[in-house]
Design a protein around this ligand. Sequence first.
Ligand code: SF4
Length: 240
Amino acid sequence: MLAIMNKQDLLTKSIKVLDKKFPPAADPVARPVLEEVLYAVVREGTTTEQANAVFAKMKGTFFDWNEVRVSTVPEIADAIAGVPDASRKAQRINEILHYVFEMYYSFELTDLDKKGLKQAGKQLGRFTGMTDFGVAWVIQRALGGHAIPLDEPTIRALRRLGIIEGEGEVEDLEAVRTSLEHYIPKSSGPTFTDRFSTLAVTICQEKPKCPDCPLRPDCPTGQEYGKKVAPEPKPKPKSR
Ligand code: SF4
């Protein structure tokens, strides 16, 4: 188990290493709040590059958000094909658009943070179809707050690195997120999120590709992997 300071050091070092290994492919995109809410649905569990491509395709498929709202879930799923769990995500996009339209009678969410970020987070959390990842994503990317969105692949990589403890479903996701927000400075939040997603989706997969991983020297799981697959020592030649 890593001590508290070690976790902070490991995170700082990992962000630097991953930023070098996976330089950003494109400049960050500023989106209106509702668009960021919907983008977060597509982005959860995948990389920025994949989410950008799929989100652009979805926007090109429909005339506007109202057309997405009145479309069927299979039609939306077709438009976002290519991201993991596209059917469930299509359902969530549809639910969010219905909720927003019924609640605000428009697709503008410009006043969401007028009572502060905490209230905005609570309001977002009430949206049908929203997840903890989505709320944190919107706070980080659209509302200028400090929040660390955590999806399944990122949690898997952080566990293997020893930064998150335990197995199975995270019991108290909010507590885990809060401690990460304490270790990671606000200015590094988006870089952490993007680089760890890329690591988790491309290298630290269900079956990790540890030999290809730049974090292996500091990763307890990567070190164990090295021991398991270490080649058997060659038998010594028999003396005559
Ligand atoms: S060394 Fe292996 S287990 Fe550790 S972060 Fe990299 S891919 Fe994941």
